[in-house]
Design a protein around this ligand. Sequence first.
Ligand SMILES: Cc1ncc(COP(=O)(O)O)c(C=O)c1O
Length: 445
Amino acid sequence: MAAHYQIGGATSAAISASVESGIRTGALAPGDPLPAVRALAAELAVSPATVARAYQELRQRGLVVTAGRHGTRVRPRPPVATRRAALLPPPLPGARDLSTGQPDSRLLPPLGPHLAALAAEIGPPTGYAASAVLPELAAVARDRLTADGVPAEEITVTGGALDGIERLLAAHLRPGDAVAVEDPGWANLLDLVAALGLRVIGVPVDDDGPTEPGVRAALTAGARALVVTSRAQNPTGAAVTAARADALRRLLAGRADLLLIEDDHAAELARVPLHPLAGATPTWAFVRSVSKPYGPDLRLAVLAGDEATVARVAGRARVGAGWVSTVLQRLVLTLWRDPATADLVCRAGESYERRRDGLVEALAAHGVSAHGRTGINIWIPVPDETLAVTALRDAGWSVAPGAPHRIAAAPGVRITVSPLDGSDLDPLAEAVARALRPTPAGFTA
Ligand SMILES: Cc1ncc(COP(=O)(O)O)c(C=O)c1O
């Protein structure tokens, strides 16, 4: 806790280094408050301006967050490796962990046979010059995106969706610029935006995607980029419908000042059609990850966009990490081309849908309303996240609090359905209903 960690330093650089070191060692945990500026200044015999500068620098790097009268705190997941990264207490022994947001490992294609087949055909080692986007991979990716209505003349490959989004934001925006993101939205994206020194503007989201008034307000507030999750929105399961896509395309048409990013992370797993916004603005990118259908460890996403945007992403990669290994690209291509894998991905999509819909129905039968049109998560609005998470943990279910996913959205908890079997749905729904029931008034221990 902050109370036990002595922040030191006589300059703003030394003070911010001391806070960072506390985060690294775990002495300052995610969510811990930092001392008030004046109090720390008095303690260190420096001016309040020195401490304020240190806090500002930490804020710009996404290590801390300042929330009005709540003061300055360590971010839930600061962008520095820490020996105590977990925001949540570990699940109780024997508790079922529904907090991870991970796909069901039982439904990911086994890689062994594909790696063995690749070994036989991979050919001689590849050098620098020959390495880029594999033409065969690009051709298949283009066909798949075009079939879904995404203009895909220009594409590149990144190390996952978030890597693509980071490169896009870094190439187009400057620290202090505002990014409109869904609220509630994906916690990792909020962390990334903070780590890049960008500001967030929350856009309310309903089951059909980001709301039109929300996007309009974000544009008015000066958003320089907008990130939209096409399907399987995390945490709510929203998917952009045809009507919402039409409305947003009209709203965004011709906005030359806005970078539009679409994140189609569910890809082949999504059981609803894609209604892309791609091309509505002159500057746009559509990112499709392989993580959910084929496995997060593959670290690959395809990024389509306008010519200038794709050139920025690919060009920046070239002067940095270089490219996504062609070994990995070949592996993904093999998976895409394998009919048995396509069949498995299709069955996985059905299985998530069954469990998600089953849980939403079971909750409804217990009087609890929940969201989860697509994907692997459901979102349950709750009056108090801490109470709900704690009561469920005591009942043997570990669920994710909504706080890391929210800006101004109302509280909720996220349940990932990946570990659930059909027989779990009713007992879980009953436990949720009990956790949300108000405790009898008037009782004091
Ligand atoms: C909204 C969203 N986008 C993207 C991803 C996956 O990103 P990556 O391709 O970097 O694994 C996730 C994973 O949970 C997600 O929830």
